[in-house]
Structures are given as structure tokens and as C-alpha cells.
Design a protein around this ligand. Structure first.
Ligand code: FAD
Length: 449
């Protein structure tokens, strides 16, 4: 009896964890004897680690270290009762119960599809080729290196950056050298160079808003300690949202607070304008406005990460697999979907693509597979939203639990406490706690990786 889980993120990893717990509690051998088959749990993931996505923007802005975001899958399930396959799913054949990987094929009796989502560029010309994304560890590394590279490049291109060592030329009290760079280098600063210091984020959802807040802190509080004032004064952070509001999942009161906090952090917010085109060093909005920039971070939407599927499945208008009340994929009782790939309808709307949804679905799917193999009745998946919390940079967060809203420093402490508790291993919890503690006393990390 093979139970195969595709994807080792929030949905897949927690399905494995809960199945594992159920089999251990009730005795794997006893169940195998009862159903007269050896039960095998198999997890397939294209990386050998679990990635804690909610802290990606903190890594991209130098606040936590890389190894705090990842947990080796083999280490966090310290047991021999499962098999981990490091491979990439290429095709799923539901009719013949076979999954094709990059190097081999596996068959299954029960399948859980938990392959997550990827960035959706909505076919906007140049967006995919010229934007940064924030979905994977590689994305976050690329983005952080790019931020640092832009500042270094801008500084290097300005001869005035190297302090003039002539006698009597000394830094002022703040450590900067007097006289603006343009004064010291008349005619050498081209208008074009500000594209390097203009950073555009597309998408005013939770990821875009959190990233904007963290970028502001990174640039104005950390980079300002290491780069001359003239460079810092040229920074522009622009957040573009097609709708008329940021973070629509929050109440109007919190949306307004978020807007004001970001404005105070020097984030320029453009609402009600979509993106028409992205080029190597510009972004064009649908009202033909052109912003010169070498950095566009695309956080405007996601689509499911599904390979080719052979079989009669139903998908919603965003391409997600439609599941029934037990989280089974339509027409296939032995196939379940959890997390960002699945469309579970509640109150006429699909559930949001969130880690908290994926984890709750994982628990329900584990229980239902466990029941199915023992011919017990299935349990309906019931989802109750626990609430939303997002940080807006250092010392400020907003949150909403049921109808109760809160914001400010204590919300920020709560945000940190909640995310710390959600990290999987104690090792990562301790390391992240130390990083956050150091953040009170020292600037963030500006090392290229
Ligand atoms: C920057 C960021 C911040 C976020 N913050 C929050 C937050 O604060 N709170 C919250 O609730 N949610 C947050 N989310 C959303 C949350 O991360 C997702 O909803 C959640 O990860 C969905 O779980 P999943 O299992 O469906 O997908 P994932 O966790 O993405 O897991 C999918 C797994 O499948 C693997 N995979 C993909 N394709 C293949 C393939 N072809 N073959 C093999 N393996 C494959 C991937 O490597 C990955 O391990 C955030 C997302 C991002 C990007």
C-alpha cells in the first residue's frame, strides 16, 4: 500500500507528519496486518529541504540568515518509516496511478498533490523576463544580492564615493564626507543612474506590503550606515497596486494604517494602476507612465504549480484542482490535493492560498487517507480562519483575529512570537530568535551571498 505525497512544503510535509503520527499512534504493523498490506509513505520534493516562505522577505532584506528558513526534510522527520525521493514531478497519470519524475516513475495507491504555486505574470510583456520574484530560496538570494549590487554599482560609478584624502578633508560628525557628490563631481552624475536606486514592487497584497516595509528599513536604517548620504537620498521605493486598496483581506481601518506607515517609511504608493510592460530598466504603467528602474519585484499573484495531468480532473478559473468536502480531487477518490494547488470552496469562494490553510488541509487529508485504507467513513474538512498578521518593518505589525484588530509594537511582538512558534525545529527557532535579538543592536547583514 503506497501513499505518495508530491511536494514537501506546508501541505506535503504536514500531510506526511500527520500520517506518520497516526500510523505511529495506532501502530504501523497492526494497521498493515489489519489491511493485509505493508503501508509505505513516500514524499517527493524537488529540493531536499522544507522552506519556511513567510520569512523569505526577511532574508532578502538581511534580517535573518539563510539556514533559518530551511529544514532538511530527512532531518525533521527523524524516522525510518518513510521514503524521501529527491526528484521533480513531470507528469501525473491518474488513470494508471503513476507519477513520472525527472529520473524515474513511481506508482501509488493513494496520492496527495501538494506542489504549491508559482508566480503568475498574467502574460504582461517583459514581466517574467525582467522581474524578480519571491517564491523560493533562490529568488530571495538573487533579490538580496541584487539590492546590494545596485548600491555598490551606484557607489562605484561615482568617483566621489571614494573619500578625497587631501589634507583637511575630513568626515563630518555623522561619518559622511561634506559636499554632495554632485558638487564634488560636477557633470558626472547622470540622470540615468537613479534607475539603480529606484525599487519597484508590483502587488499590494501581504507579500508586497511586508517586503516594502522591510526594504525601507534595510535601505534607510542599514545601508545608510555604510553608503554616503547622497546615495541614500536618491533611493525610491515604489509599491504599485492595480486595485484601489492595499491588503484587501484586512479591514479598512488596518488598510489605512498600513498605507500611512508605509508612506512614513518613504514608500511611494501607486494605487489603481496596472502594469503594461516591464523592460530591463523601466516599468510602464497602463496610463503610459514610465518609471526608470532596474528592480521590479513581482508579487502580484500566483498560479498552481501543476505538471501535466492525465485524467479527467476539474480545475477552477485559476487552474487549481477542484476538490470535494473531503479534499478529494473530483472523479478520483484515492487522490487528494492540499495547499495552493487546490480549490476548496467555502462561502462561494475558494480558500486563500496560505500556509495556515495548507497545514489544516494536510491534517484532514492524513486522517481521511488513514480512514479510507481501513474502510472507515471520511470526515468533512471544516476550515475556520485563525486570523491574519503582517509586519510592516521594524517594530510595527497589524493583525486581525475574528473582528478584533490591533496594530503597533505589541502586534509586531505577537507577529514575531507566532512565526517563531511556527518554525519547525527548535534549532531554527533558536537561531531565528538570536538573529532577531541581534537586530535590536546591530545593523542588518549586507554581505553578498
Ligand atoms: C514570500 C511569501 C510569504 C508568505 N507569507 C505567508 C504568511 O505569512 N502566512 C501564510 O499563511 N502564508 C504565507 N505565504 C503563503 C504560503 O507560503 C503558501 O500558501 C504555502 O506555502 C502553501 O503550501 P503548499 O504546500 O501548497 O506549497 P509550498 O509550501 O510552496 O510547497 C510546495 C512544494 O512543492 C515542491 N515542488 C514544486 N514543484 C515540484 C515538482 N514539480 N516536483 C517536486 N517538487 C515540487 C516545492 O519545492 C515545495 O517544496 C507566503 C508565501 C510567500 C511566497
Amino acid at each position: 500500500m503506497k501513499i505518495v505525497i508530491l511536494g514537501g512544503g506546508f501541505g506535503g510535509f504536514y500531510t506526511l507528519k500527520y500520517l506518520h503520527k497516526l500510523f505511529h499512534t495506532y501502530g504501523l504493523k497492526r494497521i498493515s496486518t489489519r489491511i493485509n498490506a505493508d503501508v509505505k509513505l513516500i514524499l517527493v520534493n524537488k529540493k531536499n529541504y522544507f522552506l519556511f516562505t513567510p520569512l523569505l522577505h526577511e532574508f532578502a532584506t538581511g534580517n535573518v540568515s539563510l539556514e533559518n528558513l530551511v529544514e532538511p526534510i530527512r532531518e525533521i522527520i527523524k524516522c525510518c518509516d518513510y521514503e524521501f525521493i529527491h526528484g521533480e514531478v513531470k507528469r501525473i497519470d491518474l488513470e494508471n496511478k503513476i507519477v513520472e519524475l525527472n529520473e524515474n516513475k513511481i506508482d501509488y495507491d493513494y496520492l496527495v498533490i501538494a506542489l504549491g504555486s508559482k508566480t503568475n505574470f498574467y502574460n504582461i510583456p517583459g514581466a517574467e523576463e525582467n522581474s524578480f520574484t519571491l517564491k523560493s530560496l533562490d529568488d530571495a538570494i538573487r533579490l538580496r544580492n541584487h539590492f546590494i549590487h545596485m548600491f555598490e554599482k551606484y557607489a562605484n560609478n561615482l568617483p566621489g564615493y571614494q573619500p578625497d584624502m587631501s589634507p583637511g578633508y575630513k568626515p563630518d560628525k555623522s561619518g559622511s564626507y561634506p559636499g554632495s557628490l554632485s558638487e564634488r563631481n560636477p557633470g558626472k552624475i547622470s540622470d540615468n543612474s537613479s534607475a539603480e536606486l529606484t525599487f519597484v514592487i508590483v502587488g499590494g497584497g501581504a507579500t508586497g506590503v511586508e517586503l516594502a516595509g522591510e526594504m525601507s528599513d534595510y535601505f534607510y536604517k542599514t545601508f545608510s550606515k555604510f553608503y554616503p548620504k547622497e546615495i541614500i537620498s536618491k533611493i525610491k521605493i515604489i509599491l504599485i497596486e492595480k486595485g484601489n486598496e492595499l491588503i484587501p483581506q484586512f479591514s479598512p481601518k488596518l488598510r489605512k494604517i498600513a498605507f500611512e506607515v508605509l508612506r512614513k517609511k518613504n514608500v511611494e504608493i501607486i494605487l489603481g494602476k496596472g502594469v503594461k510592460e516591464v523592460g530591463k530598466d523601466f516599468i510602464k504603467l497602463d496610463d503610459e507612465t514610465i518609471i526608470k528602474t532596474k528592480t521590479v519585484v513581482w508579487t502580484a499573484g500566483v498560479e498552481p504549480n501543476l505538471p501535466e495531468i492525465i485524467g479527467n480532473v476539474e480545475k477552477d478559473n485559476k487552474g487549481r484542482l477542484i476538490v470535494n468536502e473531503y479534499l478529494q480531487v473530483k472523479n478520483y477518490d484515492n487522490v487528494f490535493a492540499v495547499g495552493d494547488v487546490c480549490s476548496f470552496i467555502k462561502n462561494q469562494k475558494p480558500l486563500p492560498q496560505l500556509a495556515q490553510v495548507a497545514v489544516r488541509q494536510a491534517k484532514a487529508v492524513a486522517k481521511n487517507i488513514f480512514n479510507l485504507i481501513q474502510n472507515k467513513p471520511l470526515e468533512k474538512f471544516i476550515y475556520r480562519h485563525q486570523g491574519d498578521l503582517i509586519s510592516l518593518g521594524r517594530f510595527f505589525a497589524i493583525g486581525e483575529i475574528k473582528n478584533f484588530t490591533f496594530s503597533g509594537f505589541f502586534a509586531w511582538l505577537l507577529w514575531r512570537g507566532v512565526y517563531l512558534s511556527k518554525l519547525i525545529s527548535n534549532k531554527d527557532k533558536i537561531k531565528t530568535f538570536i538573529d532577531w535579538l541581534l537586530d535590536f543592536f546591530y545593523p542588518r547583514d549586507i554581505t553578498e551571498i
